[in-house]
Design a protein. Structure first.
Length: 248
């Protein structure tokens, strides 16, 4: 048994405590859930390294920030051949997923500003990073409003985005598959962003089957409810029984 096999087995058993309890309470559902959650790993459509990097991304995104899950998938990704640069790229991507706050808040603010204020906010500053984003086809029209409101800071944010994979170490297809995961995550569910990056992933050579696997990994994240809450439920049931015995 290799170290890679050991790490894979440890990753699969990460929710063993919850699964063991589920098997006692509802064995049929527990086995069906286990089969469903492990399908993206067992199907072989995506390389194991890609599966682990996407799983890490889903745990590292600001809406999730699950340190335990992030650590498990970092270990498994390294065992599957991922480099430090691969994982750092995912961290960089995760760190700016909050950029969509600009699209939401900026558009609402722009609607609420009085006409007198709008006239004073015509951007005159150069925005070279924004221009590069547009030229590369990476600019979202949803960011136009915030560039209008604060062109200098929006350009600084664009420069951060441009620097994520500046050396091109991560293949464009993988970048786009990761971006699909960030936007299709159950904690994000950004339809416009998901569509944008599905299109970009297909242009970069991703097949529909590969994109389906990414979506399946997003769905699997929902099972974390079992990982976290089933052990708590078991503890509380035991505590309740103990308190009931004391009061009798």
């Amino acid at each position: 048994m290799t170290r890679k096999d050991d790490v894979t087995r440890a990753t699969r058993a990460s929710w063993e405590e919850a699964l063991e309890q589920l098997r006692k309470w509802d064995p049929e559902w527990a086995e069906a859930c286990l089969k469903m959650t492990m399908d993206p790993w067992d199907a072989g459509v995506l390389p194991r390294k890609t599966v682990e990097l996407i799983s890490f991304a889903l745990n590292a995104a600001w809406a999730a920030l699950n340190p335990e899950g992030a650590r498990r998938h970092i270990r498994a990704a390294l065992a599957a051949g991922a480099t430090r640069e691969d994982i750092l790229t995912v961290i960089k991507m995760a760190s700016i997923t909050s950029i969509h706050s600009c699209a939401l808040g900026g558009s609402i603010l722009l609607e609420e500003l009085p006409p007198s204020d709008l006239g004073r906010r015509r951007p005159s500053q150069a925005t070279p990073a924004c221009d590069k984003m547009r030229a590369a086809g990476r600019w979202s029209p949803a960011w136009d409003t915030f560039q209008y409101l604060d062109p200098v800071w929006t350009d600084e944010l664009s420069a951060v985005s441009l620097g994520i994979n500046a050396n091109g170490a991560m293949p464009p297809k993988l970048v786009e598959l990761l971006s699909v995961a960030f936007h299709a995550s159950p904690l994000r569910l950004n339809a416009a962003g998901t569509r944008q990056h599905i299109k970009a992933a297909m242009r970069a050579g991703a097949s529909p089957e590969e994109i389906i696997e990414v979506i399946k990994l997003c769905v699997v994240e929902g099972v974390r409810a079992c990982n976290l809450i089933v052990p708590i439920l078991a503890e509380e049931i035991a505590n309740h029984s103990e308190r009931a015995e004391v009061t009798e």
